[in-house]
Design a protein around this ligand. Structure first.
Ligand code: SF4
Ligand code: SF4
Length: 56
């Protein structure tokens, strides 16, 4: 199950460099490609607004 970025995202860009498989793309709200995400959790650890969580 891929991690998901919520509406809380402030587009700070911190998470994008943490992803080892380049699953995160930029935007007004950043997005995680569920096909690429390996559930490592690295992005969630660095998000300053806790906008990233495991998907349900
Ligand atoms: Fe990338 Fe890991 Fe975050 Fe998935 S959980 S988007 S693989 S950093
Ligand atoms: Fe959005 Fe959090 Fe990523 Fe910053 S670190 S771009 S707030 S999801």
């Amino acid at each position: 199950m891929a991690y998901v970025i919520s509406d809380e995202c402030i587009a700070c860009g911190t998470c994008i460099d943490e992803c080892p498989v380049e699953a995160i793309s930029e935007g007004e709200i950043y997005k995680i490609d569920p096909e690429l995400c390996t559930d490592c959790g690295s992005c969630a650890e660095v998000c300053p607004v806790e906008a990233i969580a495991p998907g349900e």
